[in-house]
Design a protein around this ligand. Structure first.
Ligand code: EPU
Length: 395
């Protein structure tokens, strides 16, 4: 059993350790000037602030700060409320031997003890940067709650994020795993990301290409843990708005609401997405979970053809490059895991892609279950599942 856990952990760390390549057409610049923006509301420009002392980092249990509800004794925790604190964070991280960034804690598997400097991002602010004829351009601070921001965007008529309603976590965490749901990926709505590079002690602005977005992945996720603190995200929300309603579950829900397509608003889609998610996915406030625990695997055309012949009802989606994405939830359900509990952890009864903590579980127990699931899918279908949340190293 222990060997399996180590395997899963090692796979996760290999994924994180892949070095980040930047495309030649991408742009990374240092700094962004907000000062002449008449719409600016509250993202502080760090040059206009005096340095605010962070204080002495304090030890803290992070159990209430991760949606899986894993107990984690962190030795040094600081709260980031102003960008002026960032140089001091780089200094403290160097002393602690590294930093680890905590946003909404919705996509992380925490160890029982954490030695790195934990930076709890609480930067706030939403500001319309530009009302262009072809798009609303909005800056949102990294510590804003994702769901509150999406709801506010819909209220303001800055449509285009409604398919991503009810995803737990913060705005700063969203680009890290390139969140996606119901036909929209955040990569398609981002103009740039402003992020502090902790080891280099430097603020950078990365355009969408430089962010290296892939399916549930980005440059930020591939970098060593604690390298980047995302301070704000610049969203670009296309005008006129075009609803994205191809996803079968969403279409079904909208049909129930009987709204004529011509009268469909972003608020209708927001409400429908919330209803679908609430019906399928467990509320982390009630049952610890990190959303999808596994990525949907991508396989080649030849392997797909063989699996189609062998397994009736295989759920797959053709990709533009000729590959196929498989529904990992379906594969896991076929292996008999849906609704199964093993000690304090289990596979959710309504969505097999979600692992849950019934209370008191550790990362080791969760990863042991993940490893068993991965092995049975491998044995039955010959398909390798990868875990989606970030496994945080203890050191
Ligand atoms: N399915 C099963 N059994 C299951 C779960 C799913 O047979 O237990 C089948 C469904 O019937 C459906 C297919 O698998 O035919 C896809 O299921 P679903 O629509 O629930 O979506 P998903 O592929 O399981 C992905 C994202 C979710 C996102 C939904 C909706 C990943 C890893 N997950 O899940 O994202 O909400 O699509 O777009 O890509 C998350 O990342 O935390 C997350 C919830």
């Amino acid at each position: 059993m222990q060997k399996d856990v180590t395997l899963v952990e090692r796979e996760a760390f290999v994924a994180v350790a892949v070095s980040f390549a930047l495309f030649s057409s991408s742009t990374i610049s240092e700094e962004r000037n907000y000062s002449n923006n008449p719409y600016r509301m509250s993202i502080p420009s760090h040059s206009s602030l005096s340095v605010t002392e962070l204080g002495v980092p304090a030890a803290q249990n992070l159990e209430a700060f991760n949606t899986l509800g894993l107990a984690c004794q962190a030795q040094r925790v600081v709260t980031l409320t102003q960008v002026a604190q960032l140089p001091q964070i780089s200094d403290l991280a160097a002393v602690a031997g590294g930093a680890w960034v905590l946003g909404g804690g919705s996509n992380v598997i925490l160890p029982a003890h954490l030695a790195a400097l934990v930076v709890h991002v609480q930067l706030k602010g939403v500001s319309l940067a530009e009302a262009r004829p072809d798009a609303w351009v909005v800056d949102v601070a990294g510590g804003e709650n994702w769901q509150e921001w999406v709801s506010r965007a819909v209220d303001c008529g800055w449509d285009g994020l409604e398919n991503l309603a009810l995803i737990p976590g913060t705005v700063g965490a969203a680009p890290v795993q390139n969140i996606g749901a119901y036909g929209v990926e955040i990569a398609s709505r981002i103009e740039s990301v402003q992020a502090w590079n902790v080891p280099q002690a430097k603020m950078m602005t990365l355009d969408a290409t430089a962010c290296g977005f892939r399916y549930r992945d980005s440059l930020f996720k591939r970098a060593a843990p604690g390298t980047w603190i995302i301070t704000s995200v610049r969203f670009v929300l296309p005008r006129p708005w075009t609803p994205v309603i191809d996803y079968p579950d969403l279409l079904k829900q909208l049909a129930l609401e009987k709204v004529p397509v011509a009268q469909l608003t972003a608020r209708h889609i927001f409400d429908a997405v919330c209803a679908v998610r609430l019906a399928k996915l467990p509320d982390p406030a009630v049952l610890g979970n990190a959303g999808s625990f596994f990525k949907n695997p991508i396989i080649g055309g030849a392997q797909h053809a063989l699996l189609r012949e062998q397994f009736d009802g295989l759920v797959s989606y053709p990709q533009p490059d000729g590959n196929f994405k498989l529904a990992a939830g379906w594969l896991i359900e076929q292996c008999g895991w849906k609704g199964r509990q093993v000690g304090p952890v289990g596979v959710h009864a309504r969505q097999a892609l979600v692992l849950v903590n019934y209370g008191g579980a550790s990362a080791v127990q969760l990863l042991a279950l993940a490893s068993e699931v991965v092995q049975s899918v491998q044995r039955r279908f010959g398909v390798a599942l990868e875990i989606e949340p970030v496994v945080v190293p203890a050191a």
